[in-house]
Design a protein around this ligand. Structure first.
Ligand code: FE2
Ligand code: FE2
Length: 220
């Protein structure tokens, strides 16, 4: 790995660590907003897992570039503020779309590609990386299940969920664009992350305009 690849990988790890802080804080607060015990238990376990993930990414960032100043992309800060406002309003629907679906969906895309790259270079911790990815996939699936349940119970409207998904997707697209340099140095195509995320989302979650031409699937 070249020095600039180490620097940019450290930047990426630092951003992932910040994403884990956001996911941890969100799950902890969501556990107080849900009314069934199973979801509450899931969210408490999720919060613990996100805390461990943050420690792993923090360590990885420090190991790669010990003295690097941490820079969080502006769109990520905007994402965080929007999510915090939703949590302050006790808006569980918005927080699920933002954190479990969009943020974790993007995290999953990054981790999958990162795992492939790190394996190729023989960089360790492969077991931990795989456990982490499995846990993130669980959080992503949980978010979608809970959203569907809220739609069925009439606690959320499909138009509102799609609008929220669209607005948070714009923010992560901006975030990925702000990190273009990182992906360029790592020889990754940044647009593949957001394309991969959109492809991983069920069609009922996407705003009508983005689904009409690209996707066919049952409407909810
Ligand atoms: Fe995580
Ligand atoms: Fe997660």
């Amino acid at each position: 790995m070249t020095p600039s690849q180490r620097d940019q990988t450290a930047r990426l790890f630092a951003v992932l660590a910040h994403g884990e802080v956001m996911a941890h804080d969100c799950a902890r607060r969501q556990a107080e907003l849900v009314d069934d015990r199973r979801s509450q238990r899931f969210l408490k376990v999720q919060a613990q897992q996100e805390r461990v993930h943050r420690i792993l990414f923090d360590r990885a960032a420090d190991l790669m570039a010990p003295k690097q100043k941490r820079v969080i992309p502006p769109a990520m800060i905007e994402f965080e503020q929007q999510l915090q406002r939703a949590l302050t309003r006790a808006d569980l629907t918005e927080s699920l779309v933002a954190s479990q679906v969009v943020l974790e969906g993007l995290g999953e895309q990054i981790l999958e590609r990162l795992n492939r790259g790190l394996d190729k270079q023989g960089i360790g911790l492969s077991r931990q990386r795989r456990v982490l990815l499995r846990q993130e996939q669980g959080h992503f699936a949980f978010g979608q299940r809970l959203l569907l349940q809220r739609l069925q119970d009439g606690q959320a409207r499909i138009g509102q969920v799609q609008e929220l998904a669209g607005s948070y997707l714009l923010l992560v697209t901006a975030m990925v664009a702000e990190m273009a340099e990182v992906f360029a140095v790592l020889d990754e195509d940044a647009s593949e992350y957001t394309d991969g995320l959109i492809a991983a989302l069920p069609s009922w979650l996407l705003p009508a305009e983005s689904t009409a031409t690209e996707r066919t699937g049952p409407a909810a």
